[in-house]
Ligand binder design. Structure first.
Ligand SMILES: [Mn+2]
Length: 427
């Protein structure tokens, strides 16, 4: 354990009596609605969201990056920080690696993760920046580049990610490219997308039988005029072209403001192509803010669709869940803990929706009562359920308070020097 269990126990002791009373009161209230609180707690306890390895480093913008204290120096430090998040929240059992940032000997990775009680989620390839000693540049694209040799290099990198992933027990590859253009006329839309599809087909052909391939759309940036995989429509076309093991990944921040993301989720579920999520939040665009920090109702509406699909056992429904956000002004460990709990909260609230009543209101075109049904669930303070699930699985009732009391950040700051360079957390 990264943090002494005796400290967590002491912290919990100061809060357990209040929690017990709050849990009983909520349980009594839910019971009147015909909901068994222990069933909801069990589902919440079984729920996990993956932490991105790059998330534990301090992020930045294209203007500046202000390093934090005791930032992880390498993947092994990152895994330790991820283990703190899992120890206190019990909501983040796996880590998603980013290659080449996290490249290391697979047996060392497995040993370290195993010792910390962590597993590996999807592998993420990186063809949006050039690495030291790289033969060909991605300045003008990678999988969709006009030059066949550059495309080949990007394909080889993705195959290398699969190979490393196999060795450490991962079961999915996520491809996100920064390919696009900055000027009208700069790129031929059709030829560029055809290049992308050809490259993606080559990668897909090498995908192990028990693996899934996720492609992630993003409206803009780093390309500012056009992006090759710009929206869920293009993403769906890719998944459809590639085959049964290709799915669409939805990053909540990668859409235009006000886009109805929950409806996109419903469409992808309906056609068996929802691969998973990158959770975050945004005010104007992109994925820079913490999950649930701006619009928790939208997060709830997304989970409402997920629980609906789970409840009616939608065919092929098995989305991967991961956080993907940039922490520029907070301690990344604290942000990731809070965000993991926000995701769990949205899930718990969505589990409270009276689906039978909702279906009736929808059938009768009772718009007011239908939307009130959702609001009733959303307004329920489910914190006692989340906290009790954490307590019973060895976590902290209040993870941020326990983390601060542990002095973990200061301890690692003594052995990890501050670095101002780029690296994790920027994207
Ligand atoms: Mn993402």
């Amino acid at each position: 354990m990264m943090i002494e269990t005796s400290l967590v126990t002491r912290e919990n002791e100061t809060r357990s009596n209040s929690l017990k009373r709050d849990y009983e009161a909520l349980g009594e209230r839910l019971d009147r609605q015909g909901i068994a609180i222990d069933t909801i707690k069990g589902k919440v306890a079984a729920y996990g969201v993956a932490v991105p390895s790059w998330g534990v480093g301090t992020g930045g913008t294209r203007f500046a990056r202000f390093p934090g204290k005791g930032e992880p120096r390498n993947i092994f430090d990152k895994l330790e920080d991820c283990a703190v998040i899992q120890q206190l929240t019990r909501a983040t059992p796996s880590v998603s690696l980013h290659i080449p940032w996290d490249k290391a000997d697979p047996s060392d990775l497995k040993a370290k993760a195993g010792a910390l009680g962590l597993g590996f989620d999807a592998m993420n390839s990186n063809t949006f920046q050039d690495q030291d000693g790289q033969a060909l540049s991605y300045k003008f694209g990678s999988l969709s580049h006009t030059d066949a040799a550059t495309r080949r290099q990007a394909i080889e990198h993705n195959l290398e990610c699969i190979e490393l992933g196999r060795a450490i027990g991962s079961r999915a590859l996520t491809i996100w490219v920064g390919d696009g253009s900055n000027f009208p006329g700069q790129s031929h839309f059709t030829r560029q997308f055809e290049h992308y599809l050809d490259s993606a087909r080559t990668i897909y052909a090498q995908l192990p039988d028990d693996w899934r391939l996720f492609t992630e759309h993003k409206m803009y940036e780093p390309a500012f005029y056009s992006t090759v995989v710009q929206d869920w429509g293009t993403n769906y076309l890719i998944a459809k072209e590639l085959g049964d093991r290709a799915y669409c990944l939805v990053d909540l921040g990668h859409h235009a403001p006000n886009v109805n993301i929950e409806m996109i989720v419903a469409r992808l579920v309906q056609f068996g192509k929802l691969g998973g999520f990158h959770f975050n939040d945004s005010k104007y665009g992109d994925d820079d803010l913490d999950t649930g920090s701006i619009d928790p109702y939208r997060l709830f509406l997304v989970f409402n669709e997920l629980v609906d699909a789970e409840t009616r056992r939608a065919p092929g429904f098995d989305p991967a869940h991961m956080l993907d956000q940039s922490h520029n002004v907070t301690d990344p460990i604290e942000s990731l803990m809070v965000s993991a709990m926000e995701v769990q909260r949205a899930y718990a609230q969505a589990l409270l929706v009276d689906r039978k009543a909702l279906e009736g209101f929808q059938q009768d075109n009772d718009a007011l009562m239908a939307t009130t049904t959702l609001k009733t669930a959303f307004r329920t303070d489910v914190e006692p359920i989340l906290a009790m699930a954490r307590l019973e699985s060895g976590g902290a009732i209040d993870p941020v308070a326990a983390y601060r009391a542990s002095g973990y950040r200061n301890k690692v700051a003594d052995i990890r020097p501050e670095v101002s360079g780029a690296g994790g957390g920027i994207v």
